[in-house]
Design a protein around this ligand. Structure first.
Ligand code: GLY
Length: 570
């Protein structure tokens, strides 16, 4: 009598756990806007997508490390505890300001393998095969994350053996999944089975649930090789051998030479004034810097504050500015090492002034031309984190596998996901990628070229000192979210928490649609619709992290309420 009852109870518990997991990630469910994740601290702070990653970073600050130490520990820990986007098999960008007043931009974006060709994702009839640029072994660019981390190490104080240990421990001994992570793993089981040549630890016969322990022994071994041999522990030796074996089994095209020749590139950061502030952000191959500069400069002299936050006038103006900047993104932007991009013209006052000439205060604009793409909110699985220390160093890093779990391919025996960043190239002019973004020659595939990105790690300086550290994941919505967060704080005077958590919107020229989060005010939606906008409600937009420096070097670190994001400090 008792046994069936206990079984029933267990079953009900499982169903409740599972449904809670679903609810936590349902993209149409507005998250609790009342959830506030703010740390007010004095010495240093980390905001990231996962509590264990934020903790690993703050532990390094407490041990005497600086913001770069904390960033490395956070980045490596994210690769273990947030496998959907944290990574060692992907790439990203860092924007930083040092205690000596230097502004840095580090590009550890993936590059196309030497065997990549412009038409590699076209079938014999010339149709785009985005299934191949998005999934499986052909979708991966050469990973840049580990090369990036060893460049970051040049500014750090602690040894790699200390910085990587939290990640090794969490991979080796396991950690408890959150409800959101359990849901995310459950919803990707079929893809894991389909695209892997060796079944990874993420595949499970019964659904994952919150509190389950995820142990990643192969990943722990890979991290130990990196600890002991440096970047060569990834790009050469046993890890490289395992990657090449995986490529052979899955008919991928990455070679030993691709891995050995990968380098992260330090580039001049993009700096421009906005009102009394200096914006420091990422240059190409991120579109983020150019697009952010265009958008901010087009609104700088407009009376946004007078219009009011989320007023119809403000949203209309900002949407039209987003439309114009994203049209230029599609036409002109790509890896500047391979294609000549007229950045100076695109960001000049005269050009931006002429772009705004067609703005009609009472009517939606119109994105004519090529056919519209479809946004896919489920795949916006990049991740962003901010760090600031007591010495005046600030680090803003966005890193990605591109889609959730990247190509879905785990390197057999090495335990990490490979990216599907090749989809960020324009596989065919006018054909939308997984974010609905289109491109042209500027972003066509070429061997060794870096695919255009939207990642926009950004700092705001006030009189030469760091005032804000900002960034977010979210595919093409990244730059519009950073734009809105900056304007919300600098123009509308919103609190940091409200700027992070209040509903966001997004327009990217094509498709000609205005995306809004579920909590976006209905009355504003209705008025925008009557002005001619096609307004579409979608799931959450981004997971914005902000650190604000308050008077007296007090720090306000805010994690986004949309996910497991956590702000920590001391
Ligand atoms: N993979 C997303 C981005 O780089 O924008």
């Amino acid at each position: 009598m008792l046994q069936p009852l206990i079984r029933l109870l267990l079953l009900c518990t499982l169903i409740i756990f599972y449904c809670n997991g679903l609810q936590a990630q349902d993209p149409q469910t507005p998250f609790a806007y009342s959830v506030r994740k703010t740390a007010f601290v004095n010495h240093g702070a980390v905001v990231s997508a996962h509590p264990l990653a934020s903790k690993a970073g703050v532990d390094m600050l407490r041990k005497g490390g600086n913001a770069f130490d904390a960033a490395i520990a956070t980045q490596l820990t994210l690769a273990v505890v947030y496998p959907a986007a944290g990574n060692i098999g992907g790439g990203g960008f860092m924007v930083a300001h040092t205690s000596t007043g230097k502004d840095l931009a580090l590009d550890f974006r993936e590059k196309a393998p030497a065997a990549a060709t412009r038409d590699m994702y076209l079938d014999s009839a010339g149709n785009a095969r985005t299934d191949l640029s998005q999934n499986g072994h052909l979708a991966s660019g050469v990973p840049g994350a580990i090369a990036g981390i060893f460049e970051e190490l040049r500014y750090a104080k602690l040894p790699m053996s200390t910085l990587i240990q939290p990640a090794i421990d969490l991979a080796e001994n396991g950690f408890a999944l959150t409800a959101a992570e359990a849901h995310s793993l459950n919803s990707t089981q079929e893809a894991f089975k389909r695209y892997n040549t060796v079944l990874p630890v993420f595949v499970k016969a019964t659904p994952w649930k919150a509190g389950d322990t995820l142990v990643q022994k192969d990943l722990a071994m890979t991290l130990k090789r990196i600890r002991d041999k440096g970047a060569k522990g990834f790009y050469e030796g046993e890890t490289a051998r395992l990657i090449l074996e995986e490529m052979r089994r899955g008919k991928g095209i990455l070679t030993a030479a691709d891995l050995q020749t990968y380098t992260a590139k330090t580039r001049p950061a993009t700096l421009f004034p906005y009102k009394q502030y200096t914006i420091v952000t990422m240059p190409l191959p991120s579109s983020g810097g150019v697009v952010l500069q265009q958008m901010l400069k087009m609104v700088e002299n407009q009376p946004l504050a007078g219009y009011g936050f989320e007023s119809v006038k403000a949203v209309h103006l900002m949407t039209e500015v987003e439309r114009l900047a994203y049209a230029d993104r599609a036409q002109y932007l790509g890896d500047r090492d391979y294609y000549s991009v007229p950045v100076d013209t695109l960001t000049s006052q005269a050009y931006l002034h002429s772009r705004m000439a067609a703005f009609q205060p009472d009517k939606a604009g119109n994105s004519k031309d090529i056919s519209a793409g479809v946004l896919s909110p489920k795949s916006e699985e990049t991740t962003h984190f901010d760090v600031i220390d007591n010495d005046g160093n600030a680090v803003s890093i966005t890193t990605t596998l591109n889609g959730g779990y990247g190509s879905r391919v785990v390197v057999g025996g090495a335990g990490f996901f490979l990216n599907n960043e090749m989809d960020d190239f324009s596989v065919k002019p006018g054909v939308p990628n997984m974010y609905g973004a289109v491109g042209t020659e500027a972003n066509a595939i070429a061997p060794g070229k870096r695919m255009l990105s939207s990642m926009t790690p950004t700092l705001v300086l006030d009189k030469g000192k760091v005032f804000l550290v900002v960034g977010t994941p979210g595919g093409t919505t990244i730059t519009t979210s950073v734009f809105q967060t900056l304007v919300d704080i600098l123009d509308f005077g919103l609190s940091t928490q409200d700027a992070v958590n209040n509903p966001k919107f997004h327009h990217q020229w094509l498709p000609d649609e205005l995306y809004v989060e579920p909590a976006f005010p209905t009355a504003v939606r209705e008025q925008l619709t009557s002005m001619g906008y096609k307004v579409i409600q979608r799931g959450s937009i981004g997971r914005t992290e902000v650190i604000k420096v308050l008077p007296g070097h007090k720090l306000e670190a805010v994690g986004d309420g949309r996910g497991d994001d956590t702000a920590e400090g001391y």
